[in-house]
Design a protein around this ligand. Sequence first.
Ligand code: ADP
Length: 259
Amino acid sequence: IGRHPTKQDGPVGVPGVDHIIVVASGKGGVGKSTVSSNLAVALAKQGRKVGLLDADIYGPSQPRMMGVNKRPASPDGKTIIPLQAHGVTVMSIGLMVEEDKAIVWRGPMLMGALQQMLGQVEWGKLDVLILDLPPGTGDVQLTLCQKTKLDGAVVVSTPQDVALLDARRALDMFDTLNTPVIGLVENMSAFHCPNCGHESHIFGHGGVKDEAAKIGVPFLGALPIDLDTRLAGDSGTPVAAGDGPAAQAYAELAAKLIA
Ligand code: ADP
């Protein structure tokens, strides 16, 4: 007679949070954090209650991208009060350490910090919590997928071959861990010259869409290389907070994430 599964056996959710979506990439620098913050802001603009957890423990960029820098309060020394920015509830390990200090932790400490940010942060009632994962297929991703009840993963890649190669590894990891893949996003897809309008495919063209078709996961959309997106991220107000073409593109992407 098999043992009946108990609640502790399976992955658990976060109390009060309806959907948890991870944003992943095979390698760094492809725009995973940019996509995470912009999707969070776009969803908030669509009237959702949204949280953004920066789980990119080694290189947390959400404090910069969301424009938050206060250390979160912990009145009782246990629960942590997250910050609010652009309509989104934000928490990042980067808020607990100085910006230019390296985070030199061993695996168990990392996982402890992450579990703490999931469990001890007062997220309140959220429609969706977006998790900005570290790049690649390491410990954090593995443990998170096993321990946390996830709705699914959005995988970000550029059309470049090396990025796609790594994205395939990330997809394979989610497959192995039985984490559903919500879809692929092609970031830095094309560059439209602001002077002459010419479109150049700096990192290649269409690779992510082809890959999605090949492995049978949805292709969520392509985002161009865009100066406004980069400037907005650096300034702490994601481009999705505005009303330009990039904000529109993010609104369309966000609408595909949850029913
Ligand atoms: P990752 O999280 O994958 O390491 P980031 O989101 O930090 O990547 O992005 C890396 C850099 O590229 C950042 O400076 C960001 O502003 C920039 N960037 C991301 N997406 C775009 C884009 N579509 N157009 C222009 N710059 C972008």
